[in-house]
Ligand binder design. Structure first.
Ligand SMILES: O=Nc1c(NC[C@H](O)[C@H](O)[C@H](O)CO)[nH]c(=O)[nH]c1=O
Length: 194
């Protein structure tokens, strides 16, 4: 029986000319790395060029909202100044510890930003508080700023669940959810321009 749950029929959108950022936490990096790779794969497949993809990191998922907010604001400032975005421009204050690849990005504000984190339930309520804060925080950033922020926060009860959703457990039949997020970023980025 065909499963009901799922992202629905894939849509194709032309990502040529889009500028997309991926902001990811550094906790649970084996799963994070696979999710980021899946998102990037879809961006490139849709025509987003390598130089139009900026990858930033923050310490953990709790820092995703501030990391996304600061990165987008920096890209707007740089776009209005007509300058590329250099690593020094993207480096943050101590609060968010943004680290960026030492490349100069093109003169354009981001069309979409993918926030990626992996929260794995422990024996305390920490998981719940971070999940709640981050989901509300990312929603607020996107509505306040107008830039689509793709929700790439895995909130899993076990490491196995996280590995499965990063496409790292073939026997599970589960795909890499990062690919869905890459496709969503292209769709929202294109629709934002229309
Ligand atoms: O605790 N578990 C996790 C976690 N904690 C750190 C938190 O996000 C933040 O960086 C610190 O509290 C400092 O502000 N961050 C994650 O991304 N995944 C987890 O599973």
């Amino acid at each position: 029986m065909t499963p009901i749950k799922g992202p629905g029929a894939a849509q194709t959108h032309d990502g040529t000319g889009l500028r997309v950022a991926i902001v990811h936490a550094r906790w649970n990096e084996k799963i994070i790395d696979a999710l980021v790779a899946g998102a990037k794969k879809q961006l490139l497949a849709a025509g987003v060029t390598e130089e139009n993809i900026t990858v930033e990191t923050v310490p953990g998922s709790y820092e995703l909202p501030i990391g996304v907010q600061r990165l987008y604001a920096a890209s707007q400032v740089q776009a209005s100044a007509g300058e590329g975005i250099s690593a020094s421009d993207l480096l943050s204050s101590s609060t968010t510890d943004l680290k960026s690849s030492p490349t100069t990005a093109p003169k354009k504000a981001f069309d979409a930003i993918i926030a990626i984190g992996v929260l794995i339930k422990g024996s305390t309520m920490h998981f719940e508080y971070i999940a709640d804060a981050v989901s509300h925080g990312l929603m607020r950033v996107q509505l306040d700023s107008g830039v689509p922020v793709i929700f790439g926060l895995l909130t899993v009860l076990t490491e196995e669940q996280g590995l499965e959703r990063a496409g790292l457990v073939a026997s599970s039949g589960m795909h890499n959810h990062g690919e869905d997020w890459g496709s969503a970023a292209v769709e929202l980025g294109v629709k934002r321009r229309e």
